[in-house]
Each structure stands twice: as C-alpha cells, then as structure tokens.
Design a protein around this ligand. Structure first.
Ligand code: NAD
Ligand code: IPM
Ligand code: MN
Length: 358
C-alpha cells in the first residue's frame, strides 16, 4: 500500500511554500499518493467553512498531513468559528495532535542572519515541545459578556479559561522526558507557577513524572525568565516542555535565534505518532504572492514527516542534507539574506534543494 499524504496549502504564502515541499517529496522517487484540499480562508471562500468535511476527512484518513499556513487580515471581521485559524485549531483538536515539536537549530552558515551575536547562537540545537490541544486555547468557558462583578461590573469584558488536566500534563511530560533522553538528557519545564494554579499543577505533575526518568536532568523555569534566558544564553537549553500558550510565544522567539522564522519546522503528533507537519510561521500576508517566501521551514517539516510518520529516516536525512548544502552554496531567500550571499526566490530555493538531493 502506498502512503497517503494529505496536502493542505491554505492561505497567503501557504500555497507557494507547500508547492516546493511537494516537489521535494515527489523528487524522492517514493510511491506516495498525494491528495490536496483547501483549508483556512481558501476553504471558507470555496466551501463556506475554514475546515470543510472533505478537508477533515482527508486529514483523518491520510498517513500524514502536510499543512501550509492559514489566515489573512481580510477574514478578521468574520465570527470566530469561521476564521481561518479555526482550521488549524480544529485539526489539532480533532486529530488529537497534542504534542508539538518545534526544533530550533542554527545552521552554521546562518550565524550572521540571527539577530543575536554569532557566539551566542553558534551550535544552537534546542527543541521546544509545546502542548497543543489544551490550555487557554481551548478552555471553556470563554466569551465576551457584561462583567457580572468587580470594579468594572457592567462593562464589556472578555474572558478565557486556562485549564490543564493531570493526564494531559502527564502525557506531554512523558514526551518531554523520552525526547530529552534521546538527546542531551536535559529537560526544562516552563510555567508560571508563582502566579497560576494551572501552572502549579503542571509543575507538580512534571516533577512526579520525573521519578520515572532518573537519567534526565529536570529543571523548572518561569516563562518570563525563560523568555529572557532564550536571548541571553539559549545554548543552556536542550529540550523545553511547556503549555500551549507559552510554547506558541517562546517558539516564535526561538525561531529568530536560527536566523528567521522561515527556518523553523514543526511536527504535531497524536498518541500513535500520526502527525501534521507545518512550518511554525504563519501565512505572511505581507509577502504573499511575491515569490520571495522562504520554503525551507516547510521543506524541513516534510523531512520531519518522513522521519516521524512515514518511517523513511534515510529520505529525511537526504532532505535535511540538501537544505544544509544549499545554505553552504550561499543561496538565501530575502529573510536570511546577507551581503556576499546569493538572493533567490521561493521556487529557485526549491529547485536548489531538489538539485542538491542528487
Ligand atoms: P507570520 O508568521 O505570518 O509573519 C510574521 C513575519 O514573518 C512577517 O513579516 C512575515 O513576512 C515573516 N515570515 C513568516 N514566514 C516567512 C517565510 N516563510 N519567509 C519569509 N518571511 C516569513 O505571522 P503574523 O503576521 O502574525 O500572522 C499572519 C497570519 O498568519 C495571521 O492570520 C495569523 O493568524 C496566521 N498564522 C497562522 C499560522 C498557522 O497557520 N499555523 C501560524 C502563525 C500565524
Ligand atoms: C501557530 C499559530 C497558531 C497558534 C494560530 C494561527 C492559531 O500561531 O501555529 O503557532 O497560535 O497555535
Ligand atoms: Mn504561533
């Protein structure tokens, strides 16, 4: 049986970067079946919903999902349930993709593209594990209402609920420890337990799970300090495990250590290892349609897909080696360009990766 890959390009630069990743996958010479469906704003325009049944069905039956990005300012006035972002949130929730792996690796060639000094980031290789189906993102109740009490009683107020259940923390903590064990054996759990009950439970449960992993060195850090440490001395980290909201913010921050958010891939996995793969960045409406977006985060996400869901580690290595090679050749999209390198567009970058795969 050939493996089925669901391709969901989405909005903005999504279709441009996905096209390159699909070309790379096709060039591998494997007998994948690739099926495509619209998602996000594109699906709203075509079918009246950001995550139509045909798109969700394809994602469910596929062996892996390759996702571009969703969102555009022009949909911001829609009611929340119809906004493009609901597509990716719905896919994560409905497919049970609770474990989001966001590796931030500095390729030596990009040491000057980072906004930090080369010596601070050289050799950087950290992995942020973000819990992806809980927290304030999904907690009920939420809404906008008339404040029932307090100093601002009677005024309009917005409210969301931050929640984490113990088993939910336990399973992501286990992923954190298992992953750290296979790397440099260090896990940093990031929370805000000095203020939040959710975080207190988080910290207690992670500490309890640690008893099963005496070989892993566990530390705890408050999220505000973690944000500071990530730019002060990012190499102190190996694996970071944190909740949905903190992980969203810290992973964007970590991306800049690597030169550009256009370099940061991600894998979102369920209990069985089935996954959705997407760049960590968004649909970049400011540069959409210009042919200048960096496709490498998406190509590297496809490599993660080959490794984690399609059992093709040698092909994953091949793609990652090709990315290293094009960077060594001095090819750069605008976001990572510096003097002395060659500026290329999205398609030319895809071409170069395919050529480098041999
Ligand atoms: P963004 O990540 O889309 O863009 C932030 C900045 O990074 C922009 O200047 C953009 O041009 C640049 N950038 C992003 N990806 C790039 C790439 N591959 N190459 C070169 N430059 C790149 O974040 P935003 O502007 O805050 O959000 C835009 C839209 O994307 C919003 O609708 C948001 O909700 C959505 N979004 C979607 C996802 C997703 O689909 N998973 C993730 C983040 C944001
Ligand atoms: C991401 C994005 C999403 C998130 C949005 C688009 C819902 O920022 O994948 O990081 O907040 O998770
Ligand atoms: Mn984000």
């Amino acid at each position: 049986m050939t493996q089925l890959i669901a391709v969901l390009p989405g909005d903005g630069i999504g279709p441009e970067i996905i096209e390159q990743a699909v070309r790379v996958l096709t060039a591998l010479g494997e007998s994948f079946t690739i099926e495509q469906q619209p998602v996000g704003g594109a699906a709203y325009d075509a079918a009246g919903h950001p995550l139509p049944p045909a798109t969700l069905d394809l994602a469910r039956k596929a062996d892996a999902v390759l996702f571009g990005s969703v969102g555009d300012w022009k949909y911001d006035k829609l009611e929340r349930a119809l906004r493009p972002e609901q597509a990716i949130l719905g896919l994560r929730k409905q497919l049970g993709l609770f474990a989001n792996l966001r590796p931030a690796i500095l390729y030596p060639e990009l040491a000057n593209a980072s906004s930090l000094k080369p010596e601070v980031v050289s050799g950087l290789d950290i992995l942020i594990i973000r819990e992806l189906t809980g927290d304030i993102y999904f907690g009920q109740p939420r809404g906008i209402r008339t404040a029932p009490d307090g100093v601002f009683a009677g005024a309009r107020e917005g409210f969301d609920t931050m929640r984490y259940a113990e088993p939910e923390i336990r399973r992501i903590a286990k992923i954190g420890f298992e992953t750290a064990r296979k790397r440099r054996g260090k896990l940093c759990s990031v929370d805000k337990s000095n203020v939040l009950e959710t975080s207190q439970l988080w910290k207690d449960v992670v500490t309890d799970v640690a008893k099963e992993y005496p070989d892993v060195e566990l530390s705890h850090m408050y999220v505000d300090n973690a944000a500071m440490q990530l730019v002060r001395a990012p190499k102190q980290f190996d694996v970071i495990v944190t909740g949905n909201m903190f992980g969203d913010i810290l992973s964007d921050q970590a991306s800049m250590l690597t030169g550009s958010i256009g370099m940061l891939p991600s894998a979102s996995l369920d209990e069985s290892g089935k996954g959705l793969y997407e760049p960590s960045h968004g649909s970049a409406p400011d540069i959409a349609g210009k042919g200048i977006a960096n496709p490498l985060a998406t190509i590297l996400s496809a490599a993660m897909m080959l490794r984690y869901s399609l059992d093709k580690p040698a092909q994953a290595d091949r793609v990652e080696a090709a990315v290293k090679s094009v960077l060594a050749q001095g090819l750069r999209t605008a976001d990572i360009y510096e003097e002395g390198t060659t500026k290329v567009g999205t398609t030319a970058m895809g071409d170069a990766v395919i050529k480098a795969m041999g």
